[in-house]
Each structure stands twice: as structure tokens, then as C-alpha cells.
Design a protein around this ligand. Sequence first.
Ligand code: GRF
Length: 209
Amino acid sequence: MDDPHPFAPSGRGGKRIVVMASGNGSNLQALIDACADGRLKAAVVGVIVNRRDAYARERAAQAGIPCEYLPLKPYTEAGRPRADYDADVAERVAAYSPDLIVLAGWMHVLSSAFLDRFPGKVINLHPALPGMFAGTHAIERTFEAYQRGEVTGGGIMVHVVAPEVDAGPVIAQAEAPILPDDTLETFEARLHAAEHALLVEATRRALGG
Ligand code: GRF
């Protein structure tokens, strides 16, 4: 069968990944790089963003990967149910025939209208350990908890997405230490570097490597 997206780099032979992102896209970049240098026998064949100013769009463009901007706002403004948006996003994602969908900083909770279309194929990166700091601003909340003496460090995990927020079977996890001299910025930089490595490894596992 013809590849529906033959323009995607390394789109033939390897596994097909769609990345969904809302922001900087440094984790998208980590996956693009790992595909390019052979650490992943796969290609990022499509990128979905839900924010107009997401730098992930620029990264996709630089890599020659199709990127679609799919905002939620037109749906909420029209009074349409959230499931309509999720179903339409699923339709766009399905057009890439993905083997795996990676949520890398995707800032919307996806309902069963999306997830039921790709059972077991959607994984999410979360900047905290399982059961810790679900939801937004997890890095800031970890650092504040550290300053209050409630935790000794932070962590990161990649999990299969379940309907609950930031929960589901864990594929890989790692601790992200907080050092005595850390500021939020230095802690965040160390955590993001660890995320990039963990996400590549978790993606490899999820693809069956
Ligand atoms: C990461 O910290 C990820 O854990 C969280 O959102 C951030 C995305 O960073 N879910 P980037 O856009 O990949 O740079």
C-alpha cells in the first residue's frame, strides 16, 4: 500500500509516530533527533499543536514534518461538546496511520472520544513520578513542595494514557534530584534534559524495541 505521507522523513519501513504538543517542543525535538540518528527505528510523521504560538510548529517545519494547528477555542465558542473536538483531532491523527501517539507537553486532557480510537497507542510524558503532582505546573509544585520540606526531589514518567489525568500503566520513570543550590530554573533545566532521554527510551519500548 502506498505511504499516505511519503514526504515524511524516513516514513517507510520504520514505525510511525505522531507527536502532540502545546509549547516549546523540546521533547518533540528529542524524538526527531533520535529518529534521525537511528536510536529510534521510526519517524515522526506528523505533529499536532493546539496553540498558535507553540514553538513546536517551528521545530516541525525545520524538520520538514507536517504540522497541524487544531485549536479548541472554535468549538467552545460555538458551544460544541468537548467530545466533538477530541473526535475531530482523532480523525486528523488517524490520517497519519500512526503506530504510536506521543503527548509531549500536550495541554488538553483527552477523552474517550479520542482515546478509544487508538487503544493502548497513546503515551504521555509527565514531569513527576507516578501518583505525584498530576495536572499542570507539576515542576513548580514539586519545587515548592521541596522548599516546604515535603519531598526530597522530583521525577519524570512516561505512561500509557488512561482517562484519568496523568495516570495509566507506567512505561518508564526516573528520579530528578533537587540539589541544595537549585533554583526553580536550574532544577527545571536538569529535569527537562532527563525527560528527553527518558522519552526516547520509553518511545523505543512502546514501539516494541
Ligand atoms: C514537559 O516538561 C512535559 O513533561 C510536560 O510539558 C513539558 C513540555 O516541554 N508535560 P516541551 O514543550 O517538550 O519543551
